[in-house]
Design a protein around this ligand. Structure first.
Ligand code: ZN
Length: 317
């Protein structure tokens, strides 16, 4: 059992900062990929039902991602299970392998007794920063394979190639590539306050940045303006890009923005958003610093919404 060297930085956004060299030029070299899949120095990240494996350690020890030498996890995988060449750490290759065919992998089989498979969002809050990015890459890719087993063009089963970075249809020759779906996520701002909303699906008094999928033919700025108008009837002018976050649930790229509102009028749509409120900087800062308030809570640091509120609280517009 080996884990990557990791660094932790709480101010960075989880799922970013992937340390691997994706070595995309190697993906089409089937002989090289085959050799690396058997190379004893390579590491395999097993994903079971889209959950990473966390090694059991000492009590209160930091969580550690389960990465294993070739030859251990393969017996748990179905013959046609999805796998992906994630990239290189120096000369060492990392792969992800879907072991969802195993019925009870924590209690029987080669990993029994070494740890547990954990829901990915919770794991992202526990794992070292760089492991979160690797795990997110693996989850998004395995999920994509599992949902794209048939050609969207002709319905024929497709097959995995290029180290897991392409699927091909042998019937109509269509090629299929991994998807990333852009989502805008934003705070409207006005004169020292930012607007957060409560989605109907959110529990309790949980408020967050508003968000929505971008549509074809739209710029980021246009999507931000449209979503704020649709969800809370807020008109914004200038849109400022802040940062992006790969969000593998299942395959989004969260595009974080701050947007200047004309005034503080708002009206939640009542369908998706049940309530919204303006937060002044001091309140935003307290919430981001973890202060408990009876009537509002905001997202934890795993979500880019947390970092948008933090950026605003620390002086962004
Ligand atoms: Zn086809």
């Amino acid at each position: 059992m080996v884990s990557l060297r990791v660094m932790s930085n709480d101010s960075l956004i989880p799922f970013t900062g992937n340390p691997l060299d994706r070595a995309s030029e190697k993906r089409t070299d089937a002989a090289w990929i085959d050799a690396k899949r058997r190379d004893p120095s390579s590491l395999i990240l097993p994903m079971w039902r889209l959950q990473p494996f966390l090694l059991s350690g000492e009590k209160n020890a930091p969580a550690e991602l389960g990465l294993f030498r070739p030859g251990l996890c393969e017996s748990m995988a179905a013959p046609d299970a999805a796998w992906v060449f994630l990239g290189l750490e120096g000369e060492r290759a990392l792969f992800a392998l879907d072991v969802s065919a195993a019925s009870d992998p924590e209690n029987s089989g080669p990993l029994a007794g070494f740890g547990k498979f954990a829901e990915a969002r919770g794991a992202a809050m526990a794992l070292p920063f760089k492991d979160v990015a690797i795990m997110g890459q693996a989850k998004a890719m395995i999920d994509w394979h599992n949902r794209h087993g048939f050609c969207a063009n002709c319905g024929t089963p497709t097959r995995l190639c290029d180290g897991g970075w392409r699927r091909i249809c042998d019937e109509c020759k269509a090629e299929h590539f991994p998807r990333t779906d852009p989502v805008v996520i934003m705070l409207a701002t006005h004169d020292g306050a930012c607007l957060v909303g409560r989605n109907k699906r959110f529990p309790g008094n949980f408020y967050s940045a508003l968000a929505g999928f971008m549509e074809p033919g739209e710029t980021i700025e246009e999507a931000v303006r449209r979503e704020l108008m649709e969800e809370v009837n807020v008109k914004v002018g200038k849109v400022h890009y802040h940062a992006t976050q790969p969000w593998p649930f299942p395959s989004s790229l969260m595009i974080g923005c701050l947007a200047e509102a004309e005034n503080r009028d708002f009206k939640p749509d009542g369908e998706e958003i049940s309530d919204a409120r303006w937060l002044d900087r001091a309140t935003a800062k307290k919430l981001i610093d973890g202060e408990k308030m009876s009537d509002i809570s905001v997202p934890p640091a795993v979500a880019i919404a947390h970092h948008l509120i933090k950026a605003f609280a620390e002086g962004g517009n």
